[in-house]
Design a protein around this ligand. Sequence first.
Ligand code: HEC
Ligand code: HEC
Length: 217
Amino acid sequence: MQKILLAISLVFIGINSYAAELNIPNELKTGNASNGSSLVATCAACHGNDGNSINADWPSLAGQNQKYLYNQLNYFISGARENALMMSVIPYLKSLSSNDLLDIAAYYADSSASVGQADSNPELLSLGESLYRAGDLSRGIPACTACHSIYGEGNIQAGFPKIAGQQKGYLVSTLKEYRSQIRDTGNYSIVMQQASANLKDEDIEALANYMHGLYRK
Ligand code: HEC
Ligand code: HEC
């Protein structure tokens, strides 16, 4: 028990020292959403016109926080994050300035996100809810609420992603990619590699279902 507790507290100590290291600014630089809207024509096929993806395997970007989106765009550009479907737009993204990337992030951050509908299977829901809210100390799984907040809105200042309403298939595949450490882009992803290390496939299914249906009442 002692060991597990230590491992979990390390996740938190870890994230705090990263935060200090990354020097999270008190005021975020804000992009220009209307310029951003003129730069995303090639993205709509997969992420939807307004950032709400219609395919369960492709992530929605609408309502996601700007800092998180901006970071991810830079990871794709540097090659730290790789995905076959995103490959097609990398040359285009590389041709943009960092202000343009910030504008794209601001555009999606300003779009309103549609709400998802969770599968109502009671066992699946209760496993998802209990893991999301409380984690499982005995299995070394931290509470997701600590960083993604109780309604899944994430943390705008720190750039922790919003996961409420996110597409289910994408949540499953990306959690598995953290668990297998394929998604490996530096300090922030290490936090998630640790948080997902002890999740079983059925835990991931339950968490994805819960997060997909999560919203502020
Ligand atoms: C052919 C389909 C396709 C196109 C076109 C596309 N994307 Fe993506 N995008 C994806 C997929 C699939 C993922 C999930 C990648 C993964 O699993 O790692 C993704 C991931 C992302 C993410 C990370 C989302 C997250 O929650 O971490 C961002 C940001 C993003 N895309 C922005 C863009 C932008 C901006 C464009 C247009 C310039 C674009 N995408 C064009 C399919 C596409
Ligand atoms: C200590 C803080 C912390 C905890 C605890 C945490 N996360 Fe995360 N989560 C993050 C950060 C930071 C990222 C962004 C990582 C990156 O840039 O790859 C993230 C990313 C994610 C993503 C990817 C979102 C996207 O759009 O691609 C999912 C899904 C996720 N977390 C789910 C969970 C679940 C489920 C739990 C609980 C079992 C959890 N997280 C616990 C900080 C945390």
